[in-house]
Design a protein around this ligand. Structure first.
Ligand SMILES: [Zn+2]
Length: 89
């Protein structure tokens, strides 16, 4: 028996069909990296307004986190071009 499509699943379908397992993993990784950048920027900001004597130490951490974010983004974009992705959706 074929289940009748209801409004909720129909509206979610186009998005989930474009997401293979690897996409989900790579996007999660990218999201983690974006969050790390935000967390470090907030910590940097708090250190500055708290009068921290060395708030600049955050700059290197933010730089490293940004590199990780870029790498995660490119890994995701590269995956979208590859055949594994095209075959899975
Ligand atoms: Zn994919």
């Amino acid at each position: 028996m074929k289940p009748a499509p209801n409004r909720e699943t129909t509206s979610q379908r186009p998005k989930s069909r474009l997401m293979c397992e690897e996409c989900r993993r790579l996007l999660e990784d990218f999201g983690d990296a974006v969050r790390d950048v935000l967390t470090l920027n907030e910590a940097h900001f708090l250190a500055v307004i708290d009068g921290d004597v060395d708030p600049h130490r955050f700059e290197i951490l933010i730089h490293v986190a940004n590199e990780r974010k870029q790498n995660a983004k490119y890994a995701y974009l590269q995956h979208l071009e590859c055949r594994d992705h095209a075959e899975e959706i």
